[in-house]
Structure formats: C-alpha cells, structure tokens
Design a protein around this ligand. Structure first.
Ligand SMILES: NC(=O)c1ccc[n+]([C@@H]2O[C@H](COP(=O)([O-])OP(=O)(O)OC[C@H]3O[C@@H](n4cnc5c(N)ncnc54)[C@H](OP(=O)(O)O)[C@@H]3O)[C@@H](O)[C@H]2O)c1
Length: 266
C-alpha cells in the first residue's frame, strides 16, 4: 500500500457535507489537496452552493447526491450513484446526529434515525466501498468520524455515545481486516466542535466556541485530513481530547461516567 493517500485529481465522497465538519472537509480537499468531491446530505441547496463554490474557486470537479442516510434505500443509492462512471478513491463517512437529554425522554423514532444514520449507514457504506477498493486494487481510504464520546459513557448523550463507541470499535477492527488488501480505515475521534450540531441539540447553551478544548470546524477538518492522508488508524485531535482519551484508558469507567454526568446534566 502507498504510504500516503493521494487525493489530488481523484474523487472523495463526503457525507454530511452540507454543514460543520463535513463542509470544511470538502473545502479542504478541494483547496489544499486539489481533489474532486462528491457531496452527500439531505439539504440540496447547501450542497449545490458548496459544489459551485469549490468548482469556481478551486477548479476541481464537484457533484452532489441528495440522500437521507437514515433510509436504507437512500444508502444503497448513494453507493450506486457515486460509483456510476466515476472512480471514487476515498470516502469520508461523517454524517451524524445527536440527542442531548434524558435517555428515557428520547423519542423512539429519533433513536432509530440516529442509529440508522450514525451506525447502520456507516457500516453499510464502509463495507460497500471497502469491497469496491479491494476488488479494483485501488488502495483507497475510508475515514469514519467518531467522537471522544466513544471512549467515555456520556450520561444525557447515552445513545449517541453508544453509537460512537460502536463505530470506533468497528472501524479499528475493519482497519485490521482490510489493510493487507491495500485499503486504509481511519477512525477520527474529535471532541467539541462549534457546529450546527450543538445548536440543533440545544447543547450550544452549555458548550460554546472559545471554550477550552472546543475547535472550529476548519481546525478540526485540518486534523482529520492529516490523519486520513497519512492512513492513521485512530486519530484524536488536540491535547485536551488526547488527555481525555488517555484518562478514559486509565480511570474506572464508573467514575468517568459520574464526572461526565455532572457536566452534561441538562
Ligand atoms: N460538533 C461536535 O461537537 C462533534 C463532536 C464530536 C464528533 N462530532 C461528529 O462529527 C460529525 C459531523 O458533525 P457536525 O458537528 O459537523 O454536525 P452538523 O454541522 O450538524 O453536520 C451534520 C451533517 O450530517 C448531515 N446529516 C445528518 N443527518 C443526516 C441524514 N439522515 N442523512 C444525510 N445526512 C445527514 C447533515 O446534513 P443535512 O441536515 O443536510 O442532511 C450535516 O451535513 C458527526 O458524526 C458528529 O457526531 C461532532
């Protein structure tokens, strides 16, 4: 396998590209790597505006697939449309949703949509694309966006932190299975990022841009891309998040959950 993942003049698919981290990842791929981008999310207007911006500013190719990744039929269509007449070389599975509040008050359909988006769509798309890369011997790469919430049980984000724990474990295991076949899998686990996700979940009342450890989407995207092109298998950006990840390995999980509950209690 080539040591570095080459994105220049190649197609990278980015899910959740209509805002936040995904939008900045797509911008950075076009601006800093000269890569073509295939943008996926539900909001067509946001995707089309970004595609136009990247084509005109950076001279790359950009295309959009409007899809709801909580729907299995849309997930299958993303793979089919993405690979029709196009050599997809890299895939960033970043789309995700959260719920902040008491687990007992989480609406069942909202839980299922979160599980389908954060877990099922990631497993399905990573499987389809990893197989695609193996069969074509393209030495492609996959990036799965997780969270430091994967390392610590987070009360009041119980289901969300569970989805990220799944993705981290799954992604690291998949990386071992496919590396000998020339495919890299990178799990990226950021801490707080100032994005729409905080507004939508109500967490922006508690966690804000400028707080200790909070990153901008642009800064976080730069960390993620560095890890991705270097084919790192697990990457945690920033000293504070790395300290948290280390503490999670050293301290009892019950103690950590108790401390975290105090921070996250609405
Ligand atoms: N913000 C944080 O503090 C933080 C911390 C750690 C990890 N993360 C992770 O980082 C990733 C990106 O989050 P963000 O902070 O950038 O949030 P964001 O600004 O809310 O972006 C989420 C993206 O996911 C897309 N998305 C959500 N549900 C979707 C669905 N059913 N189908 C298709 N696309 C869907 C959204 O697009 P549409 O609404 O247009 O569909 C949007 O583009 C997530 O996996 C999140 O868990 C975030």
């Amino acid at each position: 396998m080539n040591r570095m993942l080459e994105l220049r003049a190649r197609w990278t698919l980015v899910t959740g590209a209509s805002s936040g981290l995904g939008q900045e990842l797509a911008r950075s791929i076009a601006r800093d790597q000269g890569g073509h981008v295939l943008l996926v999310a539900r909001r067509r207007d946001k995707l089309e505006a970004l595609a136009e911006e990247l084509r005109s500013r950076h001279g790359v190719q950009a295309a959009c697939i409007v899809a709801d990744l909580s729907r299995p039929e849309d997930v299958e269509r993303v793979y089919t449309e993405a690979t029709q007449g196009r050599d997809v070389h890299a895939v960033i599975l970043n789309a995700g949703v959260t719920y902040w509040g008491e687990a007992l008050k989480l609406d069942w359909s909202a839980f299922q949509a979160m599980l389908d988006t954060n877990v099922t769509s990631m497993v399905r798309l990573s499987t389809l694309f990893a197989r695609h890369f193996v069969e074509r011997r393209t030495e492609g790469g996959l990036l799965l966006v997780s969270s430091v919430a994967a390392f610590i049980p987070v009360p009041y984000q119980a289901a969300y932190s569970g989805t990220k724990a799944f993705i981290t474990s799954y992604g690291q295991a998949l990386a071992q299975e496919v590396r000998a076949q020339g495919v890299s899998v990178t799990v990226f686990a950021p801490g707080g990022i100032a994005t729409e996700l905080l507004e939508k979940s109500g967490m922006s009342n508690r966690f804000k841009a400028g707080d200790l450890g909070m990153m901008s989407a642009e800064e976080c995207a730069a960390h993620a891309l560095r890890a991705f092109v270097h084919r790192k298998e697990l990457s945690v950006p920033g000293l504070i998040n790395q300290t948290l990840a280390l503490a999670a390995r050293l301290l009892p999980r019950g103690f950590l959950a108790q401390r975290t509950a105090a921070m996250y209690r609405p």
